[in-house]
Ligand binder design. Sequence first.
Ligand code: ADP
Ligand code: GLC
Length: 488
Amino acid sequence: MHVLLATSELNPYSKTGGLADMVSALAGALADPATGSALRVSVVTPLYRGMPAAHPAIEPTSWRWAIPMGDSLVEGRFHRRVVSPNLTLWFVEQAGFYDRAGLYAEANRDYADNAARFVFLSRAALILARHLPDPPQVIHAHDWQTGLIPILARHAHLHSGWANPPRTVFTIHNLAFQGSFAASSWGLTGLPADWLHLESALHFDRVNFMKAGLTQAHAITTVSPTYAREILTPEYGCGLEELLLKRYNDLTGILNGVDAVEWNPESDPALPARFSAADPAGKAHCKAALQRELGLPPEAGVPLFANISRLTDQKGSALIVEAVRHLLGAGESLQLAILGSGEKALENAFRDLAQRFPDQVAARIGFDPALSHRIEAGADFYLMPSRFEPCGLNQLYSLRYGAIPVVRATGGLQDSVVDPREDAARATGIKFTPYTEGALQKAILKAQALWKEPAWFRHIRHNGMVADFSWEKQSAEYVGLYDSVCRE
Ligand code: ADP
Ligand code: GLC
């Protein structure tokens, strides 16, 4: 079978969050003969600024085309990287759309033409699917940026002579971002005006790309079983819960895995020392080096907490600021390492906290993948008090790197961390439920208590380090799903 994955970001070429990691790791696992699936896999994604220079293996092809959009004809060209016999990456060149400083936004402002930019990506994906010599049987689209692919494929089948278009799978990575645009942007799709209605992409008089994917794809997935249930409720459904309930039988939650090559403490080139579950000694060295790097006193006896994330309400960043401010104000002994960027108010709140407690808190505002690896390796605990979390990858990286996760019991956090109250023998972390600063404070105090019980601490840390979150296991679920949509 040949599957085409369509995505707006792909690690290591472009990344703002977990979508990039997920698609790149899924593609690798699906194409890997060692996993037993050995599918033919293609990935289509934009060619953003700086990518050809940073990745010389990406080669321009002579495959150029043009798409009528509104009043203009927009030209595009494919670039390509053949990674292995089973895996080819296709990059869509359209300098006017993608040669920019940001992927979606600059200075926290979305680009005004994001509808056009991602309609273009979706239409380019269909050109590829239709004209490749070995066409895919399935297109797997990810998040709102590629949400129009299923309806575009359906239209091409009914009205432009595409006899056998691929089946479509649509994955929700985050329902909070839906790609909602003025109804006038429908013209960009090239679809007839009467194809925009409440059963397709129309949502409160606007075009909603996420809704288009949810109504039109043959199968829908999201990135954890718990989030798959949560989004059927008004609290998590972001206004699409009724539609999701209607499609309940076509909705599956499949937990993400960890890219075991990029995230392996035994071989990670970003780390000052290597370690493993069997031999965790190098972790102490990583902690001391991280403390020095961040300007924190290199005290082995003080537990080091960390968080790496987009600074937004979703991630509970404000809860971390408040809980840590109170605990440090009350004289608790702990350190906190923060790496993140996002909302200005939160960036400033972390900067202020670091200024007020310079020996306890270090805040690095920015996006720094290598530092994120060193933080996972140096931390004793990892805080993830998310309001909602479709899957979450950092708790998985933390488990592998021996930073015990302290998480709110939601979405993929609920599915990937075991609290001692659930199963003491298999416990891997600490969970709490209310989205409040007080509940997070209590959970941090539990972590402090655990820190003072070295045997118990080592038991929980070891369980996490050996837990299996391999993509080998998870990708098999996608293969089963692709098979089933092709059989329908
Ligand atoms: P989300 O996709 O919602 O942001 P995930 O936990 O799925 O959350 O994935 C976030 C990914 O982005 C992780 O790989 C994380 O390490 C990375 N990341 C987030 N913020 C930063 C940052 N400031 N610097 C480096 N990596 C970051
Ligand atoms: C989204 C979610 C995150 C998930 C990631 C990859 O960005 O917010 O929870 O891990 O997608 O699927």
